[in-house]
Write a protein that binds this ligand. Structure first.
Ligand code: GUN
Ligand code: ZN
Length: 435
């Protein structure tokens, strides 16, 4: 017996990047039906058309004044930093020393890690995020706890244990060989289990010895299909430090490149301060940048050159970077992305913004064939966003004359309050309204 569901609402999804494909990048149904069968998308279309094919007797769930889109994809976030989000007064390097390392040291305790992982995943669901690329802590226990919680919720998640063997307090460091073995054991245990995938996760160049980076590269050779996840060129002091620590490297990205850490499945958070050669290497290897606007503003890191990287063919996704970022909401994060481009005298239109937070994220994570759109056969991870969630949003969207305007207002004013329902593989895992 197959399980069939149908949702009637406004539907919007992307099939390409509006930056290159223009208006043919997105598909919108003002009165649409999303037909789900056995957890997968069977059809998304105009209601009149879908009704001709939908089996009779299927109950249709109606969402008036809502917009149904694929679940958000957060391409960079730290689950152990949930409890230190909004920590006052520091830029990156001091922020790490003062707040981050002490908090992350608690995640060797499996029970504690599980509690925080559970809270974190609930928070993602409340914000309509159905897939994320996630940093654990240095402790393998943190990743076991995270994957166990994600598995229970049937989520598509990618995560890894942090590798860091120098330039941080001893209590939060591993050793090169140990980090290799621990990562290997985690890959064996979790990569490809249900919807879970593993990311080899050196924290960033300053906290890894050359030996550790080489061993990270070795893991990627031994396990094709495993991801690589790290930070890159976020802050000018950090970039200066990397130049001093790795005098033989041509630039920051070259440190990772020399260790064999660049591929289609490599994701580098930030990438604010990049030379043309770095952009070229990112583009030719198919590696991606996770742009984290909220974090970049909060930590005073700099203004991301979205147009420049896009023109140079670099794949970009959006990350909240909690706890450097100050919101789990991808909508709030898109609002910050817009403001960053305003400060640079550029524009980020709402179609491109929503693309980056859905299909663009899926492309950055190389899971475009699984999630990120409503094309037939995709996994049915999606959200219903309530355009009447607040009095202000109801009033303001009531004034909108075009879809462009409505989406921009939603991107700008929306947050967790607009996320009415979040579905994973066709099952509702979060409902805002009491039922
Ligand atoms: N660079 C190295 N570690 C971190 C981290 O935890 N957060 C951010 N934003 N940047 C980093
Ligand atoms: Zn980060």
């Amino acid at each position: 017996m197959s399980s069939v569901k149908a949702i009637r609402s406004q539907l919007l999804y992307f099939v390409d990047d509006p930056a290159t494909a223009g208006d043919s990048a997105w598909i919108y149904h003002a009165d649409g039906i999303l037909w789900i069968e056995d957890g997968l998308i069977r059809m998304a279309g105009d209601a009149a058309e879908v009704l001709l094919q939908l089996p009779s007797g299927v109950e249709i769930e109606h969402f008036d004044h809502h917009l149904v889109i694929p679940g958000f994809i957060d391409t960079h976030i730290h689950y152990p930093q949930t409890e230190m989000i909004a920590a006052y007064g520091e830029r990156l390097l001091e922020w790490l020393e003062t707040y981050t390392f002490p908090v992350e040291s608690k995640f060797g305790d499996s029970e504690y890690a599980r509690q925080i992982a559970s809270f974190f995943l609930d928070e993602l669901a409340r914000n309509g995020t159905t897939t994320a690329l996630v940093f654990g802590s240095v402790h393998p226990e943190s990743v076991d706890a995270f994957f166990a919680e994600a598995q229970q919720r049937n989520l598509r998640m990618i995560a890894g244990k942090v590798m860091m063997d120098r330039n941080a307090p001893d209590y939060i460091c591993d050793e090169a060989q140990q980090s290799y073995e621990q990562s290997k054991a985690l890959i064996e245990r979790w990569h490809g289990v249900d919807r879970l995938q593993y990311a080899v996760t050196p924290r960033f160049a300053p906290t890894s010895s050359d030996e550790q980076l080489q061993l990270a590269g070795k893991l990627l050779c031994e396990y094709p299909g495993v991801y690589m996840h790290t930070h890159l060129a976020e802050n000018t002091e950090e970039c200066q430090w990397v130049a001093e620590l790795f005098p033989e490297a041509r630039h920051y990205l070259d440190v990772y490149d020399r260790a064999g850490l660049m591929s289609r499945r490599s994701v580098f958070a930030h990438g604010i301060h990049l030379c043309d050669d770095s952009c070229k290497r990112l583009s030719e290897t198919g590696a991606s940048i996770a742009h984290c606007p909220s974090s970049n503003l909060f930590l005073g890191s700099g203004l991301f050159e979205l147009d420049r990287l896009t023109e140079q063919g670099v794949s970009v996704g959006i990350g909240t970077d909690v706890g450097g970022g100050t919101s789990f909401s991808m909508l709030q994060t898109l609002a910050d992305a817009y403001k960053i481009q305003q400060l640079r005298g550029r524009k980020l239109d709402p179609f491109r913004a929503l693309y980056l937070a859905t299909l663009g994220g899926a492309r950055a994570l190389d899971i475009e064939d699984k999630v990120g759109s409503f094309q037939r056969g995709r996994e049915a991870d999606f959200v219903a966003l309530d355009l009447h969630a607040t009095e202000l949003l109801k009033f303001r969207t009531g004034q909108c004359k075009t879809l462009f305007e409505t989406l921009f207002v939603l991107n700008t004013l929306g947050d967790d309050r607009v996320v009415d329902t979040t579905w994973v593989m066709g099952e509702a895992i979060h409902k805002r309204r009491a039922v």
